[in-house]
Structure formats: C-alpha cells, structure tokens
Design a protein around this ligand. Sequence first.
Ligand SMILES: N[C@@H](CCC(=O)N[C@@H](CS)C(=O)NCC(=O)O)C(=O)O
Length: 260
Amino acid sequence: MKLYHGWLSSASRRVRLCLAEKGLPYESIPIDMGRQEHHSPAYLAMNPNGVVPALRLDDGHSLYESSTICEYLDDLHPLPSLRPADAYERAVMRNFVRWTDEKSLPHLLVLNWSIALQPGASQWSDAQLQDKLSRIPTAERREAWLRIARQPYTAEEKAAALDKLLALLDKMEAMLEGGDWLVGAGYSLADIAAVPFVARIAELAPDALSTTRCARVAGWWARIQQRPAFAQARLERFDAALRQRDSAATTATATAAAQS
Ligand SMILES: N[C@@H](CCC(=O)N[C@@H](CS)C(=O)NCC(=O)O)C(=O)O
C-alpha cells in the first residue's frame, strides 16, 4: 500500500495511527500542500476532493476519507480490532468520528493554515493565485485558499477557532465517564479520530488539558502517548516540523543559487 499524506495533517495522522496499531507496512508518500501537489491531476484521480490522505491499494484501487480508510483497514485486517463489537457502540463511534470531522477539523484548519500555508500563499501573484484556485475541485477549499492568500484570519477569528476546538475536550470528558476509552471497553477508531486534535490542543493550549480542567481527558492523553503506535505514527510538534521544513527550503534555495 502507498499512503499519500501530510505529516502535519490531522486526517493523515489518523490513518498513520491506524496503520501503526495494525502493524501494517506501507510506503509513505508525503504530499507538499504548500506546492499544491494534492491538486495535481494524478492525485485528484485518487482523491477527487483534493485533500489528503489517499491510500493506493496493491490492486491499483484508491481510497480517500480518513474514517473510511480506517474502517477499510479494520475490515481487511480485523486484529487487533479497532471497532467495538456491539452494533450500537459502533454507531456511536461513527457519530463521534463524524462530529470531529464537522466540528473540530474546520477550526483547526484556521489555526494550522495560518502558520503553515499563509506565509507562502500570501506571496503568490494574482495570476498565480487564479491558476492555483482553478485546480481546486471544491468551492469550500477554494474559499479557504483564497482566504489564506489574500485575507488572513484575524486574531479574533483564531481565538474563536481555538475556543470551538476546545469544545472537543468537554465532549470527550463526558464520554470518558464510563471508562478508559471513548466508546466501549477498548481503544477504537473513535480514540484515533480524536488524537490529532488533542495533540494540537496540547501544543496550542496546554493548560486546557490540565487535570483540573479535564482530568479524564488528561489521563486518556497520557495513555495514548504510551501506545507504541503513537510514536510510530510520528505526530511531530508543529513548530519543530515547520522549522525543519523552512530550514530545508532555505538550504535548497541556497544550493540552487550556488549552482546557477
Ligand atoms: N474528511 C477528510 C478531510 C481531509 C482534509 O481536510 N485534509 C486536509 C488536511 S487535514 C487537507 O488536505 N487540506 C488541504 C487542502 O484543503 O487543500 C478526511 O478525513 O480525509
């Protein structure tokens, strides 16, 4: 299998966590979103929504949507199981995953894009921007790229986005009343869905994860980080990853200048 993904992308992180929990080998193909590699015709043939991740299967088929990919992997390799056996609990798990897709990801996008993509996108000329927008398949993402390139999110918008992102912790605190994991007795795709968001909250607002504010989530987060799959999935800190990306870009530019 080949996983086309972004190191910093929450949806990609979910799939890497799932693959690691299953112990499945795969080829990692990082996508450079700043260069819009995910809007190329070849990538759109795998994921017509023009977002990461996409999974290319050995038989040539492709899959997209992180939650769908994770369920597919769990169907194909049932052990260790990452879904509750009980049908009701599976349904609750799916609703939670969907909730994070709808209520957490859009707010995290505002925060992440502002630091990861806005500096580059704001440098594009109008002609470059129009060209890039014309390759984006959905109106929603065209709007997001236009915002980041020409009308950066304000401090108030970012504060509001963080506030809305933190609602996840309250939801999780209630769900963890019954046990160690979010749905049912075991670790599941519900936990995997939440990990990338909580990892980012731990970087952006560490106090929100204190034992006084949400003791159960704090305990859950400690358990998550002890799982071997957590290290294997490489959820690097955003600031460190961006520093590394920027210094690699500076070196590449300097090398190209020296060779010309
Ligand atoms: N519902 C999708 C969301 C995928 C998604 O939004 N991916 C983001 C990164 S987390 C992306 O590719 N953004 C780039 C863009 O919108 O151009 C999934 O779970 O796979």
